[in-house]
Design a protein around this ligand. Structure first.
Ligand code: NAP
Length: 264
């Protein structure tokens, strides 16, 4: 009798960090359920991963910002007995304009995709993981979760993921379930392109990592049982600095940085 393979579900797998997670898990022999909205990319990736690794890769076209579509993903999780890994990765950047100048629907959509979807999918998977006595939940946060940022909602929704992950870890670690808040810095993906930044945008002067490197560090840190994974020495240093400087000094430095950026 053939043993059925363990499965991983990754949101936002059509490109970037999510697609890199999909490639790693496929390589490790997991079946996959990939979620996103760009069908051509998901279809191609599933085909590639199935052919190259002999696993089953399946995709769901779901807008996680829509409650009725999110429900389909929750149901899929509840009906997938072999599901052992959930990566809450789907996300997008916010506009750098003043908070009140951005349509309220855009802010609410960010909360829905980054936070509500994460907590609902996590809620759906935990009973199954507890029954197995093992499993992994990775919440893709950001280095921006340690700092205020020009897009008021981005840092706020990401810091939610940090504390959500830490709190879940309290109750689930001794039950065999590993939780991680992954906090990447600038990473080469479609993220900045979608914000409309052309190749001459000042952001590209920053040091970027590859999505593969981010995923490699995340999985190494998971093995070590680290609740926070911050890929890259420079990013670790920046996070340390952001977490440990007195708040007043930190805010003064950020204000200077952001006003410089506005002048460019
Ligand atoms: N790149 C960076 O510098 C960076 C740094 C720190 C943290 N992050 C975080 O990393 C995560 C992955 O982003 P990425 O950098 O890999 O960017 P990306 O290449 O743009 O990938 C984002 C993924 O999220 C999916 N997504 C976005 N909105 C969605 C929605 N409403 N419903 C379903 N799927 C949705 C996209 O799928 P579709 O477009 O197909 O819907 C895509 O697969 C995000 O949470 C982001 O905040 C990125």
């Amino acid at each position: 009798m053939t043993k059925s393979r363990a499965k991983a579900l990754i949101t936002g797998a059509s490109s970037g960090i999510g697609a890199a997670f999909a490639r790693r898990f496929a390589n490790d022999g997991y079946d996959l359920i990939l979620i996103g909205r760009r069908e051509n990319l998901l279809e191609e990736l599933c085909k590639e991963l199935t052919e190259e690794n002999g696993i089953n890769a399946d995709y769901m076209l779901i807008d996680l910002g829509k409650e009725n579509e999110l429900k389909l993903a929750e149901a899929r999780i509840r009906n997938s007995p072999n599901l052992e890994i959930l990566v809450n990765n789907a996300g997008f950047g916010g506009e750098s304009r003043s908070f009140h100048k951005v349509a309220i629907e855009n802010h609410v959509n960010m909360v829905q995709v980054h936070n509500i979807a994460t907590l609902k999918l996590t809620h759906a998977i935990i009973p199954g993981l507890l029954a197995k006595g093992k499993g992994v939940i990775i919440n893709v946060s950001s280095l921006a979760s340690f700092t205020p940022s020009p897009s008021a909602m981005y840092s706020a929704t990401k810091v939610f993921l940090n504390y959500f992950s830490e709190s879940l870890d309290f109750s689930l670690r001794d039950k065999g379930i590993k939780i991680q808040a992954l906090c990447p810095g600038f990473t080469i993906t479609d993220f900045h392109k979608k914000l409309g930044y052309g190749s001459d945008h000042p952001v590209y002067k920053r040091k970027f990592m590859t999505a593969e490197k981010v995923v490699g560090t995340s999985l190494k840190d998971l093995k070590k049982g680290k609740i926070y994974s911050i890929p890259g020495f420079r990013n670790k240093f920046l996070a340390f600095f952001a977490r440990n400087l007195p708040r007043k000094l930190r805010i003064t430095i950020y204000k200077k940085m952001f006003s410089k950026r506005k002048k460019r």
